[in-house]
Design a protein around this ligand. Structure first.
Ligand code: NDP
Length: 474
C-alpha cells in the first residue's frame, strides 16, 4: 500500500508516469471482482419491474396535471371517483399523447439526423480510460457533439424560418412526442439486450432476464465509430431539452410579442447544459456512466424519454400560462440568473478538474479548448492520494472540499429550473426532487464501489475530504 501524496510535478519525475492508469496486479483482481455480478441493486427484479412500469405512469400523470389541470396535482375525489379518474387520465393519454405520425417523424427524424451527423462530422479523438473487461485496452471516442449541435441549431433555424417545421409545434405536441420517446426507450433497451447476448458481448450479468435488461448487458455499445452510450447521453436528451425551451420562447413570442425573462432563463439554462456536455465531450469517457454503467433500460430510457420529457416542466407551464402569473421583481431575476451562473461555474470546473486530472495521470497534458474555458478548470499541480490499486484520487481544487462538488452544483442548477416559475405549480420541481434522490442513491453505489476498489486508501481519502456534498452539512 502506498501512502504517497504527490504533486503533478513529482509525478512527471516518476519513472512510470503515464502508465499508472494500468492498475497493479491486486488492482486487476479487484477490477475483475467489480466486473462480476455480486448483488442486486434497485430492489432486484421486483424493484426494476416497478421502476420500468412506474416511470412512464409518473411521467404521464405529471404531464396531464401540468397541461390539463393548471399545473396542480389531482387525485380522485372519492372512492367512487377512482374509476372515472383513471378513465379521464387514460382518455388524455389516448387522445393527447397518441404516438401519431407527426411525433414519429420529428422524434425519429432527430435520431436519424443525429446519428448521421455523429458519423460524418469531423471530431476530436479522445482516448478513453483502460477498460478492465477488454484487458485494459483503451477505446477511442470521436467527440464531434459540438459541431453536430451547431449544425442541428442551424438546421432547426432554417426549417423554422422557411416554415417547413415550426419550432412552436414541439411544445404543442409534448404528449405525442413523449409517447414515441417512451416506445423508442423500451424498444432500444430490449433490442440492445438481445443484440448483446446474441453477439456474446455481455458483461456483469445476473442471469435474471428483466434485471439484466434494466441494468444492461453491454458496457461499450458501438455502431461503427460511434459510441452509442456517449452519443445518447448528449445528442438526444439535452438537444430536446434545449429545443423545448426554444419552442416555448417561440410560442410566447407568437402569443405575446415578447419572451418572458423566465423563458429566457430556461433557454440560457438548457443551452448551458447542452453546450457543456458538447464542449466537454472528451471528459465524458471518464465519467461513471461511461466506464461503469452498462447500456440498459436505466440509461437508455432515461436519456431517450426521461430527461427530455420530465426536466423542463417549467417551460411547458410558462409557455401555456399568462406571464402575469409568474412575473418576478428585478431583484429576484438577478438572484435567479446569478445562482444559475454561479452553480454552472462550479459544475463545469469541478467536472473539468477531475477529468483533466485523470488525463494528466495518463500522461495527457494538452487539453481540448472549446468555448467557454473557465478559470480553474485545470489544476496545474494537483494534490492527490496515490492508491495501491494504481489510480489516484484528487484532493485539490473543489475536490479538496467535497467528494461530490459536481453533484452539488448540478443539483442547484436543477432547483433553479423549477424556481424560475416560482410557486405557480409544484410539478416543475420534479426534476430537482427526483435528481436529489438519484444523486444520493448514486453516491451510495459509487462510494460502495470505490470502497471495494481502493480499500484503506478510500478510507484515507474520506479522512482527507470528509464532506460527501457540502462541508459541515453532509
Ligand atoms: P463523478 O464524476 O463524480 O465520477 C465518479 C467516479 O470518479 C468514481 O467512481 C471514481 O471512479 C472517480 N472519482 C471519484 N472521486 C474522485 C477523485 N477525488 N479523484 C479522482 N477520481 C475520482 O460522477 P458521475 O460520473 O456520476 O457524474 C458526472 C457528472 O454528470 C456530474 O456532474 C453529475 O451531476 C452529472 N450527471 C447528471 C445527470 C442528469 O440527469 N442531469 C445524471 C447523472 C450524472 P474511479 O476511481 O474508478 O476512476
Amino acid at each position: 500500500m502506498s501512502d504517497t501524496s504527490l504533486s503533478a510535478r513529482d509525478v512527471e519525475a516518476h519513472p512510470d508516469y503515464g502508465t499508472r492508469a494500468i492498475p497493479s496486479e491486486d488492482g486487476k483482481k479487484i477490477d475483475k471482482l467489480l466486473d462480476s455480478h455480486t448483488e442486486y441493486e434497485f430492489g432486484g427484479p421486483v424493484g426494476v419491474v416497478g421502476i420500468m412500469a412506474g416511470f412512464p405512469i409518473l411521467m404521464y400523470y405529471l404531464w396531464i396535471c401540468l397541461v390539463f389541470y393548471d399545473g396542480q396535482l389531482v387525485f380522485p375525489h372519492s372512492l367512487d371517483d377512482v374509476g372515472p379518474f383513471f378513465g379521464r387520465m387514460w382518455e388524455h393519454i389516448r387522445v393527447d399523447a397518441s404516438p401519431n405520425w407527426y411525433a414519429w417523424k420529428v422524434y425519429g427524424g432527430l435520431i436519424l439526423y443525429e446519428l448521421f451527423l455523429a458519423l460524418w462530422v469531423p471530431g476530436y479523438m479522445q482516448e478513453g480510460l483502460p477498460v478492465p473487461s477488454l484487458g485494459y485496452k483503451t477505446l477511442m471516442y470521436k467527440c464531434n457533439a459540438l459541431g453536430c449541435v451547431y449544425i442541428t441549431w442551424a438546421t432547426a433555424a432554417v426549417l423554422h424560418w422557411t416554415g417547413v417545421f415550426r419550432l412552436t409545434s414541439v411544445i404543442d405536441n409534448f404528449g405525442h412526442l413523449m409517447t414515441v420517446a417512451m416506445i423508442v426507450g423500451f424498444g432500444v433497451s430490449f433490442g440492445a439486450y438481445f443484440v448483446t447476448v446474441a453477439t456474446g458481448k455481455q458483461i456483469r450479468m445476473s442471469g435474471n432476464f428483466i434485471y439484466d435488461v434494466f441494468m444492461g448487458a453491454c458496457l461499450n455499445p458501438r455502431l461503427g465509430p460511434i459510441d452509442l452510450k456517449m452519443w445518447l447521453e448528449v445528442r438526444i436528451p439535452w438537444v430536446i431539452v434545449f429545443f423545448m425551451a426554444v419552442s416555448g420562447a417561440c410560442k410566447q413570442y407568437e402569443t405575446y410579442g415578447y419572451v418572458t425573462p423566465n423563458m429566457a432563463f430556461m433557454c440560457l439554462a438548457t443551452w448551458l447544459y447542452l453546450n457543456a456536455c458538447a464542449k466537454g465531450e472528451e471528459c465524458i469517457p471518464q465519467t461513471w456512466d461511461m466506464f461503469h454503467e452498462k447500456w440498459g433500460f436505466m440509461v437508455i430510457f432515461w436519456n431517450f424519454a426521461g430527461v427530455p420529457f420530465s426536466y423542463v416542466y417549467s417551460v411547458v407551464y410558462t409557455a401555456n400560462h399568462d406571464p402575469e402569473l409568474y412575473r418576478f421583481s428585478t431583484f429576484t431575476y438577478v438572484l435567479l440568473f446569478a445562482t444559475l451562473l454561479t452553480a454552472y461555474y462550479f459544475w463545469d470546473t469541478s467536472n473539468s478538474q477531475k477529468s483533466r486530472f485523470k488525463m494528466q495521470s495518463k500522461g495527457i497534458t494538452e487539453f481540448r479548448r472549446t468555448f467557454p474555458q473557465l478559470p480553474r478548470g485545470t489544476i496545474t499541480n494537483p494534490k492527490y492520494i496515490q492508491t495501491a490499486h494504481g489510480n489516484r484520487l484528487l484532493i485539490d481544487g473543489w475536490w479538496a472540499y467535497s467528494r461530490k462538488p459536481n453533484y452539488v452544483a448540478d443539483w442547484i442548477m436543477s432547483l433553479t429550473w423549477g424556481l424560475c416559475q416560482g410557486v405557480c405549480s409544484p410539478i416543475p420541481y420534479f426534476y430537482s426532487v427526483f435528481f436529489i434522490v438519484v444523486l444520493i442513491h448514486r453516491v451510495g453505489r459509487d462510494f460502495e464501489r470505490c470502497a471495494k476498489k481502493y480499500g484503506d486508501d478510500w478510507a484515507r481519502y474520506c479522512g482527507a475530504v470528509p464532506a460527501k456534498f457540502i462541508p459541515g452539512v453532509y
